[in-house]
Design a protein around this ligand. Structure first.
Ligand code: AGP
Length: 581
């Protein structure tokens, strides 16, 4: 995973203000360690949180070429030695790498035979020695060595390299990389958001392309070393950088923003994005089946999408992106519907690229504009949730559901979405204190179960995911009807079991009784006073109920997390955007 950024300018730029504050905006890609290097060989690396690292850097430190990296560890533990940038033993070639070099062991052996040594456990370190051997030891040009690298290396990479010669070098395959054109020079980064406060002009690298960047010009090449013209994209970035304001954590801020963010999307789908909704409708009508592809929370939204479209008579499936090729075949009658907050999840990107080759059309629902998934789509709805800083997705999930409801409405799902923002507010206002009290009672429990059915089955899974990733509770979200086929054996005296009961769903109530009679402590989340739920949600149909019940899960995970004293916005081992396989 990881985020990388590099700057080359006519005059010196500030490492702290220019390089590292740009890197900070890529923290969503990983926060295990951080580091930078300059053209004259100065470097600093650390496992400190990135804000603390930035504070530790001298304000006077300047350079005209610099690279930096924020890491999500894949190969090698989280420590300063494994932090990027990596360098050869003469400290001449420095590299920042996002991706995985799959055949690094073979390449390492070859380089060791040539006398090169390695001091980290990472796959990335081979890059510095590879380019040192070709460019420094053998004196060959970057073009020649980059071509060789692209040919020999298996895996994914976005790489920034400096070798102290007044240039910045870059290569890309699968992992994203963009070049921003500024008045002072050039800035390279994993996404355009990170430099959107410095320029509105960018060039996106294609796969197996590389570039040489001087302080006043750049040149792009394809994998054969042929010079290529690249289109400059002018982009508008209207999403503002998030601030905590009066909130202690982004998670609770983002949960509470939802009356506003949901309304923003509903209005946009009626007006600014009405044409995109129409494009979705046409693509669905022209296809034989819709196949959702997504990961994590976005997969749970996709499951709701399948339920909604199937109920309208449209054949739909949802497949977890990382297992797609093992479980699904795609043809030119398939519409792939990619759902992704970041628009950068590597497993999803891989599926859509392959599906395109098989003739499938691609539609996407993303939060981040200009993201890789959006750029590879035939049409795309932006969910306008605003920047989501907390690793746990909350407001984006709700807006993904609203986008899916709107698509289902084009095919006859009869529901007025206008009430949703007020009902979200009501859900939060009425239940926040109740959830705080409940969290007090439950926060020492290590196992929880959440049961759903139909539109609420994906929500049961979503709540369980939130309970795992924020307070680190082992939670299982499942189909209520499947419980008796094994999982019920885990129910003990006092095991908390949440039951999602829209209306007077008798099957759900029976499941609640079955676990209760085996000692479970059931917590009924419902919307009819008649069944006396423990947590009361606004009146709505079963599908809309999925939104309000997921809010309860988000609040509960947050307040249990607070009581457990965990790092709410940056849970251990995670990153906001999963950009490796
Ligand atoms: C959400 O709370 C998770 N952090 C995670 O499951 C996430 O939804 C998943 O990685 C997919 O990300 P995407 O929506 O950006 O593609």
């Amino acid at each position: 995973m990881c985020g990388i950024t590099g700057i080359i300018t006519k005059d010196d730029h500030s490492i702290k203000e220019d390089l590292l504050k740009t890197l900070k905006r890529l923290e969503y890609r990983g926060y295990d360690s951080v580091g930078f290097a300059t053209n004259d060989g100065f470097f600093k690396k650390s496992t400190l949180p990135i804000s603390d690292f930035i504070n530790s850097v001298d304000s006077d430190l300047r350079s005209n070429i610099s690279i930096s990296h924020t890491r999500w560890a894949t190969h090698g533990g989280v420590n300063e030695n494994n932090a990027h940038p990596h360098f050869d033993k003469t400290q001449k070639v420095f590299c920042a790498h996002n991706g995985i070099i799959e055949n690094f062991n073979d390449l390492k052996e070859e380089l060791e035979d040539e006398g090169y040594s390695f001091k980290t456990e990472t796959d990335s370190e081979i890059i510095t020695n590879f380019f040192h051997k070709g460019m420094v030891k053998e004196g060959k040009s970057f073009e020649i060595i980059a071509k060789e690298f692209i040919k020999k290396v298996k895996g994914t990479f976005a790489i920034l390299l400096i070798i102290g010669d007044g240039r910045l070098y870059a290569l890309k395959r699968d992992s994203p990389l963009a070049l921003g054109i500024t008045e002072k020079g050039f800035i390279l980064a994993s996404d355009i958001y990170s430099f959107s406060n410095k320029t509105d002009k960018a060039i996106f690298f294609g796969d197996d392309e590389f570039a040489i960047i001087d302080k006043d010009k750049y040149a792009f090449f394809d994998k054969d070393g042929k010079n290529i013209d690249k289109e400059i994209t002018s982009f508008e970035w209207s999403v503002e950088e998030e601030k905590l304001d009066e909130y202690p954590h982004y998670m609770i801020k983002e949960i509470k923003e939802q009356p506003i963010t949901s309304r923003r999307l509903i209005e946009s789908l009626k007006r600014d994005q009405a044409n995109r909704l129409k494009e979705f409708e046409n693509l669905i009508k022209d296809s034989k089946r819709v196949v959702f592809v997504a990961s994590g929370t976005s997969y749970h939204a996709s499951l709701v999408g399948v339920h909604l479209l199937n109920k309208q008579g449209i054949e739909s499936h949802a497949v977890i992106a990382s297992e797609f090729e093992n479980f699904y075949l795609v043809d030119d009658k398939t519409l792939i519907l990619a759902v992704s907050q970041s628009g950068e999840t590597m497993d999803v990107v891989t599926v859509i690229k392959k599906a395109r080759k098989n003739g499938a059309k691609i539609a996407s629902i993303v939060n981040v504009p200009y993201s890789t998934i959006q750029r590879h789509s035939d049409t795309s709805i932006e969910i306008l949730a605003g920047q989501e800083v907390c690793v746990a997705s909350t407001k984006a999930f709700t807006n993904q559901l609203i986008a899916l409801f709107s698509i289902a409405r084009s095919f006859g799902y009869d529901n007025n979405l206008e009430n949703i923002p007020d009902r979200i507010k009501e859900t939060l206002d009425i239940n926040e204190e109740i959830i705080k009290e409940l969290a007090q009672k439950l926060y020492e429990k290590n196992d929880m179960f959440i049961l759903g059915k139909g539109a609420t089955y994906p929500i049961a899974r979503e709540i369980a995911l939130k309970l795992k990733e924020i307070p680190y509770v082992h939670a299982e979200g499942m189909m209520a009807g499947e419980l008796k086929h094994g999982t019920i054996a885990l129910i003990e005296d006092g095991t908390p079991v949440f039951c999602l009961v829209p209306g007077k769903n008798l099957e759900m109530l029976s499941s609640a009784k079955e676990v209760e009679s085996r000692g479970a402590k059931t917590i009924i989340i419902g919307n009819k006073e008649g069944i006396e739920p423990d947590i009361l949600l606004p009146e709505s149909d079963e599908k809309e109920f999925s939104i309000y019940s997921s809010l309860i899960g988000h609040l509960l995970s947050y307040y249990i997390g607070v009581l457990r004293g965990v790092n709410i916005d940056k849970p251990r081992n995670l990153a906001k955007s999963v950009t490796v396989h």
